[in-house]
Design a protein around this ligand. Structure first.
Ligand code: FE
Length: 131
């Protein structure tokens, strides 16, 4: 049986529309808040329809030299045009872009995981240093 990790896909976000794009500073001051944005489809748009959409995004932080990752945030993207009148005609769609403020005390790696309801799990990462 295949491990879950073998089902997590990755790719260059400039060519692969499912790869999460993590936007954050290269370096931050310890203990100071900074903005992190995670989005899907920054270069190539991903659909956002009742039948095909990004269901959730999660952000993690792995401290440098650490073994265990820490969950920073989990975002359910719940509205995709569902309606009593049928699919895609509902009044609201949640777009697949989220922002959060974070502070860290050690350098490490931000890790993002996204789930497309059709195309499964996708990951990406971004290193953050201390200045
Ligand atoms: Fe997809």
């Amino acid at each position: 049986m295949a491990d879950l990790s073998s089902s997590i896909q990755k790719g260059d976000w400039k060519k692969e529309k499912h790869t999460p794009v993590i936007e954050a500073p290269e370096g931050v001051k310890a203990g100071e808040l900074f903005d992190v944005t995670v989005s899907i489809g920054k270069e190539i748009a991903h659909p956002n329809t009742t039948e095909h959409h990004i269901s959730w995004l999660s952000l993690y932080f792995l401290p440098e030299g650490g073994k265990f990752t820490h969950q920073v945030g989990h975002f359910e993207l719940s509205a995709h045009g569902e309606s009593t009148k049928g699919p895609n005609v509902g009044p609201v769609h949640t777009h697949h872009r989220v922002g959060i403020q974070v502070k860290i005390s050690t350098p490490g790696t931000l890790q993002a995981l996204a789930f497309c309801n059709i195309h499964g799990l996708w990951e990406s990462k971004k290193e953050i240093g201390l200045i």
